[in-house]
Ligand binder design. Structure first.
Ligand code: DP6
Length: 342
């Protein structure tokens, strides 16, 4: 593999059952299972190139054009695991060649738009291609960033929390392919492209340590997950949308119950929530669902037939350039897609 280079892209995923809280910080094992949809590659994605050469003295990494420390424990875990699998194959040059990794996102990083999910999924996938390593890659991606394990697959993806302490059963699996629900669309409303003040890793640590509501959440997530899987399989949008919004609200309630509290939603986010409920009431049916991750940006799930009306509504209430819209970028309909590609 001397002198070899490989480039891949991996998409963002947006959780409808939220991952928030770890039972093992080092192996990144979650306290609950989570479920997401992987977005289309043409929209938000990470792109990673990895080169291996006997001429390289050290491993090095550049993120969005800036060199970062490769000694970051998560990057080290990923590199070690891929190299361990490569050595196990025993059919290659086992001398560990150094790599140079270059990764970039085509969207704001660390603004609560799942940048680490796409980034680590992409890094793991590209390294695996370069080293010719097969096998379950979600287990490796998980050790970079929990939510990254779900971006290894396309369509609707469940990350099972697993039972074992070594994490070998804490894996992602596809529960339905992207073409299972072709009319489903996602609009991303970028409220702010600023880096979040409290990162997910730190925020969830404080939640697990201090939130009393979190105990209740751990009890109800299995029910939500079961109902959500059924709603996806039946293409039952009303149930899918209701659980998606309740999950988002419960996650942010748990953040508020964290001490000191963690605030990710802004006034604009709350106006979007009100707008969605007003629209659903007007339609006398749940036709749009919102969900927010660790940031103020909204992801709206809806059916293709509602896209034009909802985009019109968004532009009416948040006209580009107005004060209320902060850094508002118009939502674009995004389709679901297959897994990372070269
Ligand atoms: C709110 O995967 O970024 O987006 O495992 O510490 O890297 P680490 O956290 P991360 O957390 C994402 C949390 C979330 C919900 C979700 O995607 O399920």
């Amino acid at each position: 593999m001397d002198g070899k280079c490989c480039t891949c892209r991996a998409p963002v995923n947006i959780a409808v059952i939220k991952y928030w809280g770890k039972r093992d910080e080092k192996l990144i094992l979650p306290v609950n299972s989570s479920l997401s949809a992987t977005l289309g590659m043409d929209e938000l994605h990470a792109k990673t190139s990895v080169a291996a050469s006997s001429q390289f003295k050290d491993d090095r990494i550049w993120l969005n054009g800036k060199e970062e420390s490769v000694s970051n424990p998560r990057i080290q875990n990923v590199l070690k695991e891929i190299r361990r699998r490569y050595a196990q194959k025993g059919d290659g040059d086992s001398a560990v060649m150094k790599v140079h990794i270059c990764s970039e996102n085509n969207f704001p990083t660390a603004a609560g738009l799942a940048s680490s999910a796409a980034g680590y999924a992409c890094m793991v996938y590209t390294l695996a291609r370069l080293y010719g390593v097969d096998g379950e890659l979600s287990e490796v991606a998980r050790q970079g960033s929990g939510s990254a394990c779900r971006s290894v697959y396309g369509g609707f993806v469940l990350w099972e929390k697993g039972q074992r302490s070594d994490g070998t059963d804490s894996l992602a699996k596809q529960i339905a392919p992207a073409d299972h629900w072709p009319a489903l669309r996602i609009l991303i409303l970028v409220v702010s492209d600023q880096k979040k003040q409290v990162g997910s890793t730190e925020g969830m640590q404080t939640t697990v340590a201090t939130s009393e509501l979190m105990q209740r959440r751990i009890e109800v997530v299995p029910q939500h997950t079961e109902q959500m899987i059924k709603a996806i399989k039946d293409r039952d949008f009303e149930t899918f949308a209701r659980i998606t919004m309740q999950e988002s609200n419960q996650f942010h309630a748990v953040c508020l119950d964290t001490y000191p509290p963690v605030f990710y939603l802004t006034d604009t986010s709350r106006l979007i929530i009100q707008m969605v409920h007003a629209y659903n009431t007007m339609c006398e049916k749940t036709r749009v669902a919102y969900t927010f991750d660790a940031g103020p940006n909204a992801c709206l799930y809806l059916m293709e037939e509602d896209v034009a009306r909802v985009v019109g509504l968004v532009n009416h209430f948040f006209p580009p350039g107005s004060d209320t819209s902060e850094n508002f970028v118009r939502g674009r309909p995004v389709t679901l897609l297959e897994q990372p590609s070269q």
